[in-house]
Design a binder for this molecule. Structure first.
Ligand code: MG
Length: 388
């Protein structure tokens, strides 16, 4: 128990008291939540967003992230990131930023853990294939599919389908609604914005690291980029002598640190004049946190370079083409014979359509699970495929 400025007694065991004491006015406060679709009483010691974070962490879709490639496939070794390790890096960076800006760390972590949960197997190639397969049905988006997972497909509670997350957590993932809001000048809450920033800071840094380790890039090529030069300079200032093998991890840490520091400096400046305003007021003002112009420009240069030199690297193309082919064959065969879908998806095929149900079934798979179902459907074996 504690007393602040002679005010009412606060109890730091209570999450709303902790938030009242620690969070900025423009953070998303748990006590202001719009609640859940299905009413549930408050938990005695976990706030609503901490419960959401735990629900996402314990979901089967979250665990399947460990079997989904980010950029590089399992055939390329075991050093590189998967979607799961990427997600943890994003959550770690986002929490650091949230704490420094006095935003809601629980909501930030829930959003970060959920942000890639809707990704299909085989990285961005998988998303492109499903988008094309479902072009007559509005296409495929991993953000939209994440909402279907957490609202319908996860079965963990007797009383409802999905995870019954808070409106704020669902809203952060609803990219379509956020785009519509942007058209009338509104911005997403700050927790959503910093998860977006943390996502791109994480992949800019770890894709450099992975690509160097896999030999897709040379240090000399990379050293031509301004942001890499900046990171190397800062690494060499901290450590007088570094061999090339020592320089790589230190440089990658510097890449994260310099981007996070820049984002924090700029954000603190942007937020200076908004002390006292609420999260809703900042959304109505359309406030968007950003990097400094210099770092934003250097990041664009790095991302352009990664796109051409890494994501389209000739060693990745045949792997991607083969993966795309497996997904297309599975899609066509299951749409033609929806009776081969697992029971749950046959039911969804009846409620929606064979195409939609097949798209969902494929999108939830891990890379290896998808490979196995491909073997199954192209063999002589009959009967429904396995559920995930
Ligand atoms: Mg991501």
């Amino acid at each position: 128990m504690d007393e602040i400025d002679g005010g009412p007694t606060i109890d730091l065991r209570r999450y709303h008291d902790r938030e009242h004491l620690l969070l900025a006015s423009y953070a998303t406060h748990s006590c202001d939540t719009a609640g859940r679709h299905h009413y549930e009483p408050n938990h005695p010691y976990r706030g609503p967003f901490a419960r959401d974070r735990d629900r996402i962490l314990h979901s089967s879709a979250f665990r399947r992230l460990s079997g989904k490639m980010q950029v590089f496939t399992g055939e390329m070794g075991i050093y590189h990131r998967t979607r799961l390790t990427h997600t943890f890096e994003v959550a770690s960076i986002a929490r650091t930023i949230a704490r420094a800006l006095r935003l809601n760390e629980d909501l930030t972590e829930a959003l970060a853990l959920m942000h890639d949960i809707g990704h299909p197997p085989y990285g961005h190639c998988g998303e492109d294939v499903l988008d094309e397969c479902l072009s007559q049905d509005g296409g495929f988006s991993h953000n939209r599919f994440a909402l279907i997972i957490v609202q319908q497909l996860e079965k963990r509670y007797q009383a409802f389908d999905g995870l019954n997350l808070c409106m704020e957590t669902l809203g952060g993932q609803d990219v379509r609604a956020n785009k519509e809001a942007a058209a009338i000048g509104q911005s997403p809450n700050l927790e959503v914005q910093i998860v977006d920033a943390a996502d791109s800071i994480a992949y800019d840094a770890h894709d450099v690291d992975d690509a160097l380790q896999l030999g897709l890039l040379s240090f000399d090529e990379l050293s031509e980029l301004s942001i890499v030069q900046r990171a190397i300079k800062s690494a060499q200032t901290r450590h007088a002598t570094l061999s090339l093998s020592q320089l790589r991890p230190v440089m990658v840490h510097e890449l994260i640190d310099l981007q996070v520091s820049d984002f924090l400096r700029e954000s603190e400046n942007q937020l200076l004049t908004h002390e006292g305003k609420s999260s809703e007021e900042l959304s109505d003002l359309g406030l968007r946190l950003h990097h400094s112009q210099t770092i934003a420009k250097e990041r664009t240069e790095l991302e352009g370079f990664l796109f051409n030199a890494v994501y389209r690297h000739e060693r990745l193309l045949p792997v991607r083409e083969a993966a795309a082919n497996r997904l297309m064959v599975l899609f066509d065969k299951l749409v033609e014979r929806p009776e081969r879908l697992p029971l749950r998806f046959r039911q969804r095929s009846d409620s929606y359509s064979p195409r939609i149900a097949t798209g969902e079934y494929l999108a939830g798979m891990t890379d290896v699970f998808c490979d196995r179902q491909y073997q199954q459907i192209t063999s002589l074996a009959a009967g429904p495929l396995a559920d995930w």
